[in-house]
Design a binder for this molecule. Structure first.
Ligand code: CDP
Length: 220
């Protein structure tokens, strides 16, 4: 059973990498951003204020798996509101047990902002995936275009930069690399290269596991 934590700023390529690692290693994958996005969506749809602690916390507590599986959680209004609800400690507390239970069942790849620092400080592999804001915004814009939405690059850059700033500055589980995280900068790496770099780390860990298994008892 292996737990892989992938953290990093907005649109850094965490999801692409996490999905590929999960498929290769036959592990479940949890995109934890969807939990915050779905919480935000519930608040917005009820006409509430995502910055209001009570409203957002009630939404987080009421969240179902179906809410987080919705296909309409990736627009910019929901992204911004997700970052707002995510700064509220009680919202994070309400979503913590689900994330831990999900991965503890069969191992998992999880991506988010605080997986390696708060949710699984003892994760087997911790990756911090980042890239320049321009590279990230261009990728996010391409995702929007693929869905038929043409959003000016300047607007995408503004969204990504504002969320990064809010995610880094908040006091509740700020976006920060875990001390023992491996940094992967995807500014000049394509998806294949980022995957190979991540797999090197996974293989190192697997080699340690198998050495520990082979060692006669009492030798380690
Ligand atoms: O896909 P993208 O990287 O743009 O964002 P996401 O991972 O879906 O996360 C959306 C927002 O949720 C982030 O801007 C964070 O504020 C928040 N989030 C968080 O605080 N903690 C997590 N583990 C995951 C997301």
């Amino acid at each position: 059973m292996i737990i892989i934590a992938i953290d990093g700023p907005a649109a850094a390529g965490k999801g692409t990498l996490a999905k590929r690692l999960a498929a290769t290693l036959n592990l479940p994958y949890l995109d934890t951003g969807l939990l915050y996005r779905a919480t935000a969506k519930l608040v917005l749809e009820a006409g509430g204020n995502p910055a209001d602690h009570e409203t957002a916390t009630a939404a987080a507590r009421a969240l179902t798996e179906a809410d987080a599986a919705r296909a309409d959680l990736r627009d910019m209004a929901t992204s911004k509101a997700a970052s707002q609800v995510a700064s509220i400690p009680a919202v994070r507390a309400a979503l913590l047990a689900y994330q831990r239970a999900y991965a503890n069942a069969n191992g998992a790849v999880l991506d988010g902002r605080d997986i390696g620092t708060v949710i699984f400080p003892h994760a087997d592999v911790k990756l911090f995936v980042t890239a320049s804001v321009e590279a990230r915004a261009k990728r996010r814009q391409a995702e929007f275009i693929a869905k038929g939405e043409h959003i000016p690059l300047a607007d995408v850059i503004a969204d990504v930069a504002a969320r990064d700033e809010a995610d880094r500055r908040r006091t509740a589980s700020p976006l920060i690399p875990a001390e023992d995280a491996i940094l992967i900068d995807t500014t000049t790496l394509n998806a294949d290269e980022a995957f190979l770099r991540a797999m090197e780390e996974v293989k190192k860990k697997q080699a340690i596991f198998s050495r520990e298994k082979m060692a006669p008892k009492g030798t380690s």
